[in-house]
Design a protein around this ligand. Structure first.
Ligand code: CMP
Length: 139
């Protein structure tokens, strides 16, 4: 059965451009409830850990540099069928392929600076949520 939680973070480009509020509005209007949220910044080391699965990819170093370049807003979200529904709401990784009405279509600048992250499975949603939030911060 599909789980009811997912993890997201608004990335440095979108936060720096002042799009945090507009993105949160789209998330809430799509029926997601915010379970945990904060504004923080990753060091290069922490960004490297978060994206460790991509460490063999050519874009890894740039991604780590970019993800530690400014503030981010991580969140845990709740909704039925959360992981799949959220990936639909954010759109394709490459904004050139993102559908109209998606967050990336509206706010992403490039395949790297693509405004927002969304977990790709229930298992990763759990791991990624725990990377940023302790049990007492979730309610
Ligand atoms: P995200 O969904 O957070 O997961 C991995 C991130 O790597 C992706 O979003 C992009 O920000 C970044 N990235 C940069 N280049 C690529 C690429 N060629 N393919 C996939 N992801 C990329």
């Amino acid at each position: 059965m599909a789980g009811n939680k997912t993890f997201t973070m608004i990335k440095p480009d979108a936060v720096a451009d002042g799009n945090t509020g507009a993105i949160i509005k789209m998330i809430e209007e799509a029926g997601f409830r915010i379970v945990a949220m904060k504004k923080t910044r990753l060091t290069e080391e922490r960004a490297g850990q978060f994206y460790e699965v991509h460490k063999e990819r050519g874009f890894y170093q740039d991604l780590v540099r970019y993800m530690s370049s400014g503030a981010i807003v991580p969140m845990i979200l709740e909704k039925e069928n959360a992981v799949a529904d959220f990936r639909k709401l954010i759109g394709a990784t490459n904004p050139a392929n993102a559908e109209e009405g998606t967050i990336r279509k509206k706010f992403a600048k490039s395949i790297e600076a693509n405004a927002i992250h969304g977990s790709d499975s229930d298992e990763n949603a759990e791991i990624e949520g725990n990377f940023f939030f302790s049990r007492v911060e979730k309610f």
